[in-house]
Design a protein around this ligand. Structure first.
Ligand code: AMP
Length: 207
């Protein structure tokens, strides 16, 4: 069973690289942010509450997050492991994860703030399948249309500057202490390398 925690600031390229390596590792990519965005689409009271929190760039309350994580990790496709992206985001969440499973490897994709900000402001996501593009460095063939499924591209509300600054601040203060906590399992990767190279370094470090 491969239980991998993929870590890095917003804009490090976690989602992009996860899409490349999940098939090779034959484990699902579990993005907490994607799980929440799916719930937002439902327009339920919980979805509306999550939408409000996420648009401000704040963290979803710990109990809601833990509950949704547990439900996802209990699904059949996780029996051989998973690539966890966006959880844990602080020491408290790491405790919760330890009580479910302990992860084998922590991959930290590093990029500096200037690059994160630039990547996020240029990032566009498909409303339908969640694929990620960049209007400057990875544009779609047809303007605002997803190359993968033909869905409509949009800019996430939390990819606007004010929310980005807040999210990066939370990462610095709450998430980076996890590097020390997991230190024997940590592999650091330079996130400014091309995606294929980042994927290669990750795969080599796992196999
Ligand atoms: P992401 O797609 O990873 O950037 O996550 C988008 C948003 O979802 C975050 O800004 C938070 O509002 C929420 N979120 C994702 N993961 C977590 C988590 N582990 N704990 C609390 N909130 C989260």
């Amino acid at each position: 069973m491969k239980k991998i925690f993929l870590m890095g600031p917003q804009g490090a390229g976690k989602g992009t690289v996860a899409a490349v390596i999940k098939d090779k590792l034959k484990i699902p990519h579990i993005s907490m942010g994607d799980i929440f965005r799916e719930t937002v689409k439902s327009n339920s009271p919980l979805g509306n509450k999550l939408k409000e929190i996420m648009e401000k760039g704040e963290l979803v309350p710990i109990e809601i997050t833990a509950q949704m994580l547990k439900e996802r990790l209990n699904q059949e496709d996780c029996k051989n492991g998973y690539l966890l992206d966006g959880y844990p985001r602080n020491l408290e969440q790491a405790e919760i994860l330890d009580n479910i499973h302990s992860v084998d490897k922590v991959l930290v994709i590093e990029v500096d703030k200037k690059i994160s900000l630039e990547r996020l402001t240029n990032r566009r996501q498909c409303r339908k399948c969640g694929a990620i593009f960049n209007i400057k460095t990875m544009p779609t063939k047809k303007d605002k249309v997803c190359d993968a499924c033909g869905g409509e591209l949009y800019q996430r509300e939390d990819d606007k500057e004010e929310a980005i600054v807040k999210r990066l601040e939370i990462y610095d203060i709450e998430t980076t202490p996890l590097i020390e906590r997991y230190k024997s399992k940590v592999v650091k990767i330079n996130g400014t390398l091309p995606v294929d190279k980042v994927a290669e370094v990750i795969l080599n470090s796992i196999n």
